[in-house]
Design a protein around this ligand. Structure first.
Ligand SMILES: C[S@@+](CC[C@H](N)C(=O)[O-])C[C@H]1O[C@@H](n2cnc3c(N)ncnc32)[C@H](O)[C@@H]1O
Length: 203
């Protein structure tokens, strides 16, 4: 699939999974997104209808066509949502600005995920919530090996998506404090609720 078609087909490709499972996962996770919320890589705005508890949402997205598609959804919800073009690796915000940061199905694609995780740490308030719904390379040898083998082709077809990233480990190594974790679909997908401890919580 040509890369520039991905924004056009994303919602149709995802529809079966959204109906089967992802919609419920998003609803349950995003009801915890409170206050001033930042979403990283908001794509076509699939999450926008779930932000019932947020005061306002700032979404960043690298792809202008994705942003354009998401604007239609932003207009249909009650919560004010702004979508700007930016890179997760260089967030154009001051330190300690957001109560909640949301990342769903995005750290598989971001070119420098460790840098983007540090940017999330920086702009999220101390002890703020950071909510992840991501897919990862599984530990089991056969399935993990299949993910490794499929990734070179998969990332060409699906806009840079890596099937075999160790995103959960990266989240832990970045210093997020995981308070709840759920795994789905043979442990390929996980939901992690975390807190952005910055080292002063225990003093
Ligand atoms: C697989 S889509 C997920 C979209 C949405 N978050 C969801 O849950 O359906 C990944 C999105 O991340 C965006 N993206 C990729 N790299 C990015 C970066 N460095 N900074 C911001 N967004 C990025 C892509 O343009 C794409 O819209």
């Amino acid at each position: 699939m040509a890369l520039n078609r991905f924004p056009k087909v994303y919602d149709s490709l995802m529809k079966p999974m959204e109906k089967l499972k992802f919609g419920n996962i998003r609803r349950n996770l995003l009801e915890k997104a409170e206050g001033h919320v930042l979403e990283i890589g908001s794509g076509t705005g699939v999450n926008f209808s779930y932000y019932d508890q947020a005061d306002q949402v700032m979404a960043i997205e690298a792809d202008p066509m994705m942003r354009e598609k998401s604007m239609e959804k932003a207009k249909k919800v009650n919560v004010p949502i702004e979508v700007i073009i930016a890179d997760g690796e260089r967030l154009p915000f001051a330190d300690d600005q957001f109560d909640t940061v949301v990342a769903t199905l995005v750290f598989c694609t971001i070119a420098d995920p460790d840098r983007a995780l540090q940017e999330v740490r920086r702009v999220c308030k101390r002890n703020g919530r950071v909510l992840f719904f991501e897919h990862v390379r599984v530990d089991r040898s056969l399935l993990g090996r299949i993910q490794d083998l499929a990734t070179p082709v998969w990332k060409r077809l699906f806009d840079g998506c890596h099937l075999n990233r160790h995103t959960l480990q990266r989240v832990q190594q970045a210093g997020f404090n995981i308070t709840k974790i759920e795994k789905h679909f043979m442990n390929i997908f996980y939901v992690a609720e975390t807190r952005n401890h910055k080292g002063r919580e225990f003093t």
